[in-house]
Design a protein around this ligand. Sequence first.
Ligand code: ADP
Ligand code: MG
Length: 471
Amino acid sequence: MEHKHTLIWEDCLRIFRDNLGDSAHYRTWFAPIKPVKLEDHTLTIQVPSPFFCEWLEEHYVDLLRSTIRRVLGPEGRLEYSVVMDTTNPYTVTAQSGYKQETRNQPTAMPVPPKDHLPDPFIIPGLKKIKINSQLNENYSFDNFIEGDCNRLARSAGYAIAENPGKTAFNPLFLHSPIGLGKTHLMNAIGLQTKMNHPDLTVLYVSAELFTQQFIDACRNNTTNDFTHFYQLIDVLLIDDIHKLAKKDKTQDAFFQIFNHLHQSGKQLVISSDKPPVELLGIEQRLLSRFKWGLAADLQVPDVETRIAILKKKIHANGVEMPQDVIEYIAYSISTNVREMEGVLNSLLAQSILNKKTITMELARKMIDQIVHNSVKEISIDYIQKVICDHFELPVEKIHSNTRRREIVIARQLAMFFAKKHTKASLASIGTQCGKRDHATVLHACKTINNLIETDKSFKSMVDELDKKIKS
Ligand code: ADP
Ligand code: MG
C-alpha cells in the first residue's frame, strides 16, 4: 500500500513540475527528494546535504510554501531531514524557513553511539543556517566562579561573547589539565554569544565527534559537505583538540576550516590539555595558528574559589550544608574541580537517599572512600590551615610579611611540611607561602630540622602536627 506521505509528495511534485517544467532545475532540486513521513500536517522530506536544503530555502521557498499549503491546507508544514547518504550517520534535520519555532532539543551534548549519530543540527530559517549549537545550558557564565585561577581566560571569553571574531583573542586557546573548567567555560562563551548575538551560528563540538564526522564523511565521499558545513559557522568551539593528535587527515580538514573561518573574521575557541608548545602529534602549521590569538590557562582554583564553587552548587541544589563540611571538602580536594564535585554529589546523594544529615563524619568517610583510596594528596592549603588552627592564627598571616617570631615559625613549619608531604618544588612552595623564594624555603626546612633535633617539646609539637596533617 502506498503511504500517505508518498501520495502527498507526488501531488507536490506535480505542482513543482507545472511550475518548473521537466527542467534541469526540477531534476536537480526536486527529483532527488524522498518523502519520509507525514505527521500533524508536517511533511518530512529527506534531502542529500545541508546545502541542498539551504539552496531549496534560498531559491524555492515561495514555491515550497505555496505548494505545501495547497496540498496540506493552511496548517501545512515542511521539515527537512538531511541524510547525506542512507548509510551515513552524519545527519542533519532541518525545518523549512516558514516554520518558525525551533524544536526542543536535549540540551546536553549526547554522546553519539558509533552506528547512529543523533541529528545534531537543526536548520530552520532562510539562507542563514540555524543549527542546534550543542551547548550545555548548565554551563553558563552565571555559575562559572571567577578566581585568580581563571580570570584571564574568563574575561577573554566574556569579551569574545560580546564581540565574536572582533577581539584580539582569535583563536582563544584554553588549556589546563582535566577537570578545571575548560568545557564549562567554552559552553558559557557559546551561550553568552547566542544571547548577545542571536543571529550568529554557534557550534560546540568535541574534537572526538569532529573526527568521527570527518571519518564518516570520508567513507561516504561527502568531505566537501563536511568542510562547507563547518565553514558556515560564525563561532566554532572545539573542545579537547589534543584528541586530533596523529590524525593527519582530520587535522588537514580542520586546517582548512580554521583558515577559512579565521580569514572571514569568524571566531574560534579551542581547548586542550596542554599549551600549544607542548602538544605532541599536532602539525606545526596548526600549532603556530593556535598561537595567533590568546593562549590562556585554567589553574587549580585556590581554596576560597573552591569554597565558592561548592557553595554555588549546594545552593543550586537547594540544600544546606554546614560550613565546616564545605571547608573540609574544599581543603581536602585540591587537584581538580570535577573530583570535588564528585564528593559533593555523593554526599548529597547519601543525605537524600539515606535521609542522613550531612555531618563532618559523613564527609570524612566519603572523602576517604572516594579520594584517599587512590592517592592521598595533601595540599599546601590544608597544611597551612592545620598549622594556623594550632597556633590560632588567621591563614593570611602566613602570606604576610610579618616577622613576628610565632608567625615566622608557623610559616617555616608550613614550608617544612609542604616539602615533606607534597611534590611541589621549593620555588612553588615559596610562592604559596607568602611569595618567598626557594632559598627561603630551604632555609626554613633547615631551621625546623635543627629545632627538632635540639628541642624535645618542639619535636613533639611537630609530631602532633604531622599526625593531624596526615589524618
Ligand atoms: P575540563 O573540561 O577542563 O575537564 P570541566 O569544564 O568539565 O573541566 O569542569 C569540571 C567540572 O568542574 C564541571 O562540572 C564544572 O562545572 C566545574 N567547574 C570547573 N571550574 C569551575 C568554576 N570556576 N566555577 C564553577 N564550576 C566549575
Ligand atoms: Mg572538558
